[in-house]
Design a protein around this ligand. Structure first.
Ligand code: ADP
Ligand code: MG
Length: 524
């Protein structure tokens, strides 16, 4: 070993692969093995069972695929190896990868998965398959139809085992394992190692070597992380606010359930956002179309369940939004690892309802990352300058520079009431004093001033909430408030002229029922 490298970095040619496989690797352009490959390939070539734990995108497919291909005998027409995958997408992805690695080998690799005609898969199996890459359900089906026998399957791979567990396939996986020869070699790959997977390994693997790659520079370091606390019913509005403020190039929005995923897609579509969903209730054709659209940048936002998004190899995701907080810290790391790839910085934003604060604290502790409260990108800069003050009696700004918000203008924006208001801030906030817009406040006949609030019933706000805010937040007596009117997307309140400024000052930029609110003098 020379000491040129910091760690003793291995090369593919050090791993004991055949020239045919080495040639394919060279042609694909892999320069050196990833850590999991460097460790797993020699073990698997030596015939050991291997448990490989590593995050998505670490090169697990080649880690098991290359030694598997090397193990096969092209002259033997039996199914000598199987790879079990949790989803159709992964099944196809793995098959394509294996075929590229087998470019210079006389090896047939057949993919079998649900949602496609079983007949053509049966035909493919009949015409010879050395390797079968399968989803669990379809493999079971083919076995029960006697289209597939596993008596010669001496190399078995369980890919993304934790996902198979989550999908409820573990018993089926065990059944399939029992049909394979007992002298087989088994490789199990998983991003996480929950107890049932450990038990499965204990029962079905022979003296396995465990390889665990916990990247020192866990990708999360390159990811700016924030959280948003919001009550459940205000989540959609808040999400739209966050998405608009963040303006991602591409974002994945994670939901826990298929149903939640479908619902969120619908809600976002209804608000005019460019969104597609990926979850298990969609037909296979639709899922393929969605994947392709997202990969080819024909769609900005992807709403997905953990399972559907698992293993997807997508670059350029600038944002991961945990619309539903993940159910474990491992899942958190796994989800947010979808952004900040290839040296780019990414942003991860996690939504929590008030009763999920503890879950968030646990994640913070486990991940040892700072996850601070989300702020609008422009607010992050604004904090650097002094707050805008409004003083009565100073020179009024010319009328046409007054940035008050006209209702008609607001109506034209679909759910982007914040936008005109933010522009207001941008124009006036920087040089307080020169353009004091509150100097001539339009008063109604009885001396009350109408204020505009950029939230309404859709944010779960009702009249009582606003009255409470005026009372508690702006310290007004009930008789200083002459009218409160809540509309769908915004509200108006009328307060006594001499407390109008104070109300704006005290309430603008605060939170009400989880939503940040903007309060401005409304122009009549
Ligand atoms: P995992 O299964 O761990 O999520 P994959 O096997 O899908 O990871 O690989 C992720 C990506 O990395 C793929 O695009 C693959 O082609 C690429 N890749 C794998 N091994 C290497 C390597 N040694 N060098 C460069 N790229 C690699
Ligand atoms: Mg994989």
């Amino acid at each position: 070993m020379t000491e040129q490298t910091e760690q003793d970095e291995k090369l593919f040619k050090d791993l004991g692969l055949t020239p045919e496989i080495q040639q394919a690797i060279d042609e694909i352009g892999f320069e050196k093995p990833s850590p999991i490959q460097a460790e797993a390939i020699p073990e698997l070539l030596a015939g050991h069972d291997v448990i490989g734990q590593a995050q998505t995108g670490t090169g697990k497919t080649a880690a098991f695929g290359l030694p598997m291909l090397q193990y096969l005998d092209p002259a033997n027409d039996e199914v000598q190896a199987i790879v079990l995958t949790p989803t159709r997408e992964l099944c196809i992805q793995v098959t394509q990868a294996l075929r590229s690695y087998a470019e210079h080998l006389d090896i047939e690799i057949v993919a079998v998965f649900g949602g496609a005609p079983i007949r053509s898969q049966q035909a493919q199996l009949r015409s010879g398959a050395h390797v079968v890459v399968a989803t669990v359900g379809r493999m079971k089906d083919l076995i029960s139809r006697r289209s597939l026998v596993l008596t010669a399957a001496r190399f078995v791979v369980l890919d993304e085992a934790d996902e198979m567990l989550d999908l409820g396939f573990i018993e089926d996986v065990e059944r399939i394992l029992r049909m394979c020869p007992s002298g087989r070699q088994t490789a199990l790959f998983s991003a996480t190692m929950p107890p049932p997977i450990k038990r499965l390994a204990d029962t079905f693997m022979y003296d396995p070597v465990t390889i665990s790659i916990t990247p020192k520079t866990l990708t999360v370091d390159a990811i700016e992380q924030a959280y948003v606390e919001v009550p459940g019913r205000a989540k959609v509005d808040k999400l739209i606010e966050v998405v608009k403020a963040e303006d991602p190039e591409q974002a994945i929005l994670f939901c826990r359930t298929k149903l939640g995923c479908a619902r969120l897609e619908r809600d976002l579509k209804n608000r005019g956002l460019d969104v597609k969903a990926l979850h298990g209730d969609l037909s296979q054709g639709v899922r393929d179309g969605v994947m392709l659209a997202f990969k080819n940048h024909r769609c900005k936002l992807l709403v997905a369940t953990d399972i559907a998004a698992r293993g997807l190899d997508v670059d350029h995701v600038t944002h991961v939004i945990n619309y539903d907080i993940p159910n474990s810290s491992e899942t958190y790391v796994h989800r947010i690892g979808r952004t900040g790839r290839a040296g780019r910085t990414g942003r991860a934003i996690t939504f929590v309802t008030p009763d999920q604060r503890r879950d968030l604290d646990q994640i913070k502790k486990d991940v040892k990352a700072s996850i601070s409260e989300w702020e609008k990108p422009e607010d992050r800069i604004e904090h650097a300058r002094p707050p805008r003050r409004k003083r009565r009696g100073e020179e009024p700004a010319p009328l046409d520079e007054q940035p008050a918000v006209a209702v008609e203008e607001v109506e034209e924006f679909d759910e982007v009431v914040e936008v005109p208001l933010n522009n207001v801030d941008d124009e006036t906030g920087g040089d307080a004093g020169t353009g004091d817009e509150s100097a001539d406040i339009p008063e109604t006949a009885d001396g009350a001033v109408k204020l505009f609030v950029n939230r309404g019933s859709r944010s779960g706000i009702d009249e009582e909430d606003l009255r409470w805010a005026l009372r508690e937040g702006a310290v007004l007596n009930d008789d200083q408030v002459s009218d409160v009117r809540v509309l769908e997307r915004f509200s108006f309140v009328e307060v006594d002229g001499d407390v109008a400024e104070r109300t704006v000052e005290f309430l603008d930029g605060t939170r009400l029922k989880g939503s940040g609110i903007r309060v401005e003098i409304a122009r009549s």
